[in-house]
Design a protein around this ligand. Sequence first.
Ligand code: SF4
Length: 248
Amino acid sequence: MSAAIGEVRVKRTVTMDDMASMSRCRPSIDADELNTRFESCEPLEVIEWATTEFGDRVCVTTSFADLLLIDLATSVNPGIEVVFVDTGHHFPETLEIMREALHRYSLNLTVVRPPEDSVDFGTCTYDECCQVRKVEPFNRYLIGSTDAWMSGLRRDDSSERSTTPVVQIDRNGLVKLNPLTLWSTDQLDGYMARRGILVNPLTAEGYSSIGCMPCTAPTDSAGSDKRAGRWMGSSKTECGIHLPADRG
Ligand code: SF4
């Protein structure tokens, strides 16, 4: 099920002690003030602010569903770090678009993986698998490497994400930026078509949200929750990376 994706560059690992000391010296921001300011801003303005504010301590996270956020962020800072969590269960199409992105943008890509002896899909619950193979490696890496991270979350993604702000403080005390959240699906699709932004080919096969192969299904009804094909048949709606700080 797992596919080889080449060299993995992980800058370093962190201990719990590191995390405690790092969290004490994070830059502070006023998220409310920034959200008021950014409510009428374009994604590029948010990205420009972030790269000015955090320098090389801000990264882009991606699931390689498309290359929109990567395209925007690298237009501001071509060397910005891009972080991808390789759970070992991605679609071949996702890994292919990752390779294409590496080539097209000369990406400064960091691939984060779970420890080899981690519990795995099929032998544990969805929640356990996501926690161990995705959420923990992701958090551990970001806490040790960044002050801020950008995601492609949008209010249009699902009812659960319908109030996603541009700026958040995540559950680890890092600044999380969602530069695309104000864009509707029509705006996004129009921009990507005009700019020729690469989209994961699974999208054309009905996968309106793309996660791991064993627990992602196509959804064919227009207007349905874009994430309805994730963990289909279960009550799970999020892997855990994007859960707000007040939800377990
Ligand atoms: S999405 Fe599925 S395979 Fe991927 S980490 Fe979560 S439960 Fe495991």
